[in-house]
Design a protein around this ligand. Structure first.
Ligand SMILES: *[C@@H]1O[C@H](CO)[C@@H](O)[C@H](O)[C@H]1NC(C)=O
Ligand SMILES: *[C@@H]1O[C@H](CO)[C@@H](O)[C@H](O)[C@H]1NC(C)=O
Ligand SMILES: *[C@@H]1O[C@H](CO)[C@@H](O)[C@H](O)[C@H]1NC(C)=O
Length: 979
């Protein structure tokens, strides 16, 4: 407040001396005042009394008059000094990219010669004043984009006859915009995009009067109704963008007759009717009508567009055939007509005359062959033609198209052999040929980067080559229902990245090979309906992530190895084999009721479904010979004597120890001043305070005496005594974590340890885990979070989700970049991100769970299985992991936040990350991937950014993932609170 007199002083002086000619000298003084009022920032060092302002970098003079003042990106955080308008010749003022707060600076009305005014990318708030036409009547350029202006856009804007450029995009306008904009007879550029809080409104037909308008961009403005017929009068229009609105009805008859039109983006509306013809906008380069409700044929006229690069007509109701002339357009790069009702053959010359990049025709009723020369330009990145009625062979030429990343031909009637070159295309990452009648054998080599090979339901045959071990990148292999024969080579079990393998319904014979270590990521193995025989290998227990195992309808014999019971299988089918003996105890329950059908010689202790009861005793006595019985008798006697002796010592020892333990059995390591004692905690660990239990132990919520606070106590049992080294390692880790103080990491208050269990005392987090809020159910893998009975399906809104992403990233960033040595979490997942009463996120369980899991019983395996979907691919094949595995897992969390899907949920695909990559690959809009709870089209830019960031973080190659620092930067830019 005390500054205001200073601001006004020069104005007052001017008013007092109206007859003075303002010389450059007084402009000089004005600028020094401006400098002072800006707080003498470092960039203004050149602004001094001894040099001419015309020499200062921020200023341009015209014949010694100061005409340009450019203060762009000068970190200005205060109000703009009104003295600026004392520069009487000022015509050009740029204040963009600062942090200027407050309402619209109405003192600018005094800058009477202003022609160019740029206030974009600041923190301005409130309405654009209704007397905005008091700005200089010569104003040609008016840019207020990227601020927080709200309210209505005033009709007075229509009274600024010289305006050529009007930029209003990216604000918080929540009212209306005026039809009077149509009065701006000189307007060339109009942008109002990304103002999704506008009240729903029609495009005023008055806009049709803007005959000089070249650029009209109104993306995401909440537009309803029809595109006015008057748009046919926008004779200068070059660039029209009305995407992401709710426009309905037909496209105006004359729109595509505008001669200057080059870019038309109308996607994501509800436009209907047929495309109006004739099309006379022959200079069209980008023609995007996708995701509407348009019907009728694709006009023959499209073939006349000799500059067309982008042809996106996908996701409409177009019918009929595609004019073959489209294939002769010399500039065509993107051809997307998927998801329509198109039929007939594809333009045979497509790709022959241009550098085609995208060819996406899936989900139509096309017949005939694929065009022969799609890749003549050597630029094609995808052939996406699934779900049509295409026939014939895959053109040989595609086998030499090294720019291809994906080939998706499933659900067609293709036949013949696949060109061999296809399998080894340098950039190919997915090849999907299922549901055709292809024949031929499996290739010996695959492209280094090929992660997905799907060839189910064809007529492929031959043996699985030994060279299969070179398929190093393969993640998904689906080859069900073909005619593969011969044995499964041992090399098949060495695919280091494989997650899903399907070879069911083939003619494979022989025994299952010994499973070697490197099949570590495998989660699904389906070998059903073959002719495999021999025993089921015990080594299945070396596959920690295996969730689905189907070996049904083979000829497996012998016992089911007990090791199989150690896996956390969610699906097991061993039915229709000739297995014998007792099923492992872990399977002896209703969950596996249908897992063992039709194995006449299998039995169970508690028979389920059709299994018989095991008759262990009688069978044993039948088979034991008298000699062995004698040996057993002698041995039993010895055992009995040893037991008696041991018991004596143990009891004596126990009595001594019990006394000692009562006094000193629990060792307390604390990391801050405690408000409670060991006894307070130990005495309150009762069933009543139990809030969860699972794989690694139990969780209690314990009230701190004499206070309102709670702590969470995690009790971890050691079934056996920890060996000394591990005990030390555990305590060392606890020590490091106990010392960390960061507001986004769950505070470890103390550790209380005894010989057989460890108690970790954490701060209690009111809202438990992110996982629970996103997916609304208990997770078995991380009991720390499950407060029984309080599962409320309340939704998290987008700003809260973003806040959680930023906070969690801050926590990880701190561990990676501010701790020395860096601490890698190794188990980042939404159930390890806890939320306090204000939904501020904190990361839990740094490192500890893993150390304990290392030496523990198979029942803590869930710690690993539960993280399925979060594990970076490299984790499977190397123990030398770095921070980038956390970045991967964090990327999965970001994808969860945006899509609401669970980490291991990706439709028929294997996990969320892969699913998301595929969405991206198919060009499917982010809107379709959004969680139902945040489906509203607000914050679309932010949601898109977070989704893309999730994709980048889950890059298969660790090197191409960003660091947590970079991740945090991107998230912060997204976050309105942090600028
Ligand atoms: C410079 O400014 C003065 C005062 O406003 C004006 O009279 C003069 O015409 C200007 N000169 C030019 C070249 O614009
Ligand atoms: C528009 O937004 C402003 C600022 O957030 C608010 O004060 C005003 O009430 C809103 N008006 C309407 C009609 O929602
Ligand atoms: C699309 O048009 C069909 C009729 O042509 C109509 O039944 C359907 O509701 C429309 N869909 C949308 C999203 O407008």
């Amino acid at each position: 407040m005390s500054k205001i007199p200073h601001f006004f002083l020069p104005i007052v002086l001017n008013l007092l001396m109206p007859l003075y000619v303002i010389s450059q000298q007084s402009d000089h003084t004005t600028l020094l005042t401006v400098k002072q009022q800006l707080g003498n920032p470092p960039w203004s060092a050149a602004w001094n009394a001894s040099s001419s302002p015309c020499d200062w970098p921020e200023i341009i003079c015209t014949a010694d008059n100061i005409t340009y003042l450019v203060l762009q990106n000068k970190s200005i955080t205060g109000k703009v000094p009104p003295a600026i308008c004392d520069l009487k010749s000022l015509t050009y003022l740029d204040l963009s990219y600062n942090f200027i707060p407050g309402g619209f600076p109405t003192f600018l009305y005094n800058c009477s010669n202003l022609q160019y005014l740029n206030l974009s990318q600041n923190y301005f708030v409130g309405p654009i004043p209704s007397d905005i036409d008091r700005l200089s009547s010569s104003l040609q350029w008016f840019d207020v984009s990227g601020n927080n202006f709200s309210g209505n856009i005033p009709p007075a804007l229509g009274n600024m006859p010289e305006l050529r450029t009007l930029y209003l995009m990216q604000n918080e306008f929540n009212g209306t915009f005026p039809a009077e904009i149509g009065d701006l007879a000189n307007l060339v550029n109009l942008r109002m995009d990304y103002n999704d809080k506008f009240l729903p409104a029609k495009v005023p037909s008055e806009f049709g009067k803007l005959t000089k308008l070249q650029f009209l961009i109104m993306t995401d403005c909440n537009l309803i109704g029809e595109i006015p017929e008057s748009f046919s009068n926008l004779s200068s229009l070059e660039h029209l963008d009305l995407t992401y609105n709710q426009l309905q009805g037909p496209i105006p008859k004359g729109l595509f007759q505008l001669k200057n039109l080059s870019f038309v983006y109308l996607y994501r509306n509800q436009l209907s009717g047929e495309i109006p013809t004739p099309i006379e906008s022959l200079g069209l380069t980008d023609f995007d009508l996708s995701m509407n409700n348009l019907t009728g044929p694709i006009p023959e006229d499209v073939g006349k567009l000799q500059k067309l690069k982008l042809f996106n007509f996908h996701t409409n109701q177009f019918s009929g055939t595609i004019p073959p002339s489209i294939g002769r357009i010399p500039t065509l790069e993107n051809f997307r007509v998927f998801t329509n009702k198109l039929n007939g053959t594809l333009p045979p010359e497509l790709g022959l005359h241009s550098n085609l990049e995208a060819f996406e025709v899936s989900d139509n009723e096309f017949t005939g062959n694929l065009p022969e020369s799609l890749c003549a330009g050597k630029t094609l990145t995808g052939v996406v033609a699934f779900s049509n009625k295409l026939t014939g062979k895959v053109p040989e030429s595609l086998g030499d198209c090294h720019s291809l990343r994906t080939i998706q031909l499933y659900n067609n009637n293709f036949s013949g052999e696949v060109p061999l070159g296809l399998y080894t295309l340098f950039n190919l990452s997915s090849l999907m040929l299922s549901n055709n009648t292809f024949s031929g054998g499996l290739p010996k080599r695959l492209a280094w980067n090929l992660t997905r090979l799907e060839i189910s339901n064809n007529m492929f045959s031959g043996e699985i080559p030994k060279e299969v071990s070179s398929w190093v990148s393969l993640v998904v292999f689906k080859a069900s229902n073909n005619q593969f024969s011969g044995p499964i080579p041992m090399e098949f079990t060495s695919l280091p990245q494989a997650i899903s393998l399907f070879l069911d319904g083939n003619l494979l014979t022989g025994e299952l090979p010994i499973i070697i270590e490197s099949w570590k990521s495998l989660s699904t193995l389906n070998l059903a309906r073959n002719k495999l025989s021999g025993q089921i290998p015990a080594r299945f227990d070396s596959l920690p992530d295996l969730l689905n195992l189907d070996l049904s309808e083979n000829k497996f014999s012998g016992q089911i190895p007990p090791e199989l019971g150690h896996l956390r299988l969610t699906f097991l089918n061993l039915s229709y084999n000739v297995l014998t003996g007792k099923i492992p105890d872990e399977f002896d329950n209703l969950a596996y009721e249908y897992s063992f059908l039709n194995n006449p010689s299998l039995c169970a202790n508690n028979p389920i479904s059709n299994l018989q009861k095991c008759l262990t005793k009688t069978r044993k006595s039948k088979t034991l010979s008298p000699n062995i019985l004698a040996v057993i008798l002698v041995f039993s006697v010895i055992l009995f004597m040893v037991t008696v002796l041991l018991t004596f010592f143990v009891v004596r020892d126990y009595k001594r120890k019990k006394l000692k333990r009562k006094l000193a059995g629990w060792k307390l390591t604390s990391f801050q001043i405690l408000k409670f004692t060991k006894a307070d905690i130990l005495s309150r660990m009762t069933e009543n305070n139990l809030i969860g239990s699972g794989g690694s132990g139990k969780i209690y919520r314990i009230a701190v005496p004499n206070s309102e606070e709670f702590v969470a106590v995690k009790r971890i049992w050691n079934n056996r005594k920890l060996d000394h080294r591990l005990e030390k390692e555990f305590l060392a880790e606890v020590e490091i974590l106990g010392k960390i103080r960061h507001s986004n990491i769950v505070k470890l208050i103390c550790c209380i340890s005894s010989e057989d269990s460890k108690l970790l005392v954490y701060e209690y987090m009111e809202n438990q885990s992110l996982d629970k809020w996103l997916h609304g159910k208990r997770t078995e893998s991380e009991p720390f979070l499950t407060l029984s009975g309080s599962i409320r399906p309340v939704m998290l809104d987008w700003p809260t989700r973003l806040q959680i992403a930023v906070g969690a990233a801050q926590g990880l960033c701190y561990m990676h970049h501010d701790c020395s040595p860096a601490i890698v979490h190794r188990d980042v997942k939404s159930s390890n991100i806890l939320l306090d009463s204000e939904f501020k996120p904190k990361i839990a369980d740094f490192g500890l769970a893993k150390i304990l899991a290392k030496r523990s019983e198979p029942n803590t395996m869930s710690a690993v299985a539960g993280s399925f979907g979060y594990i970076a691919p490299e984790y499977a094949y190397t123990t030398k992991v770095n921070e980038k595995i956390d970045v991967y897992s964090f990327g999965v969390v970001l994808l969860e936040l945006v899509t609401g899907r669970e980490a291991n949920d990706g439709d028929e695909h294997t996990n969320l990350a892969e699913w998301a990559w595929r969405q991206q690959g198919e060009g499917i809009s982010i809107i379709d991937a959004l969680d139902e709870d945040i489906k509203e089209p607000l914050f679309l830019g932010e949601k898109t950014t977070v989704f893309r960031l999730g994709l980048i973080c889950t890059s298969p190659q660790p090197l191409s993932r960003p660091s947590m620092k970079e991740v945090l930067q991107v998230l912060r830019r997204c976050d309105p609170l942090e600028g």
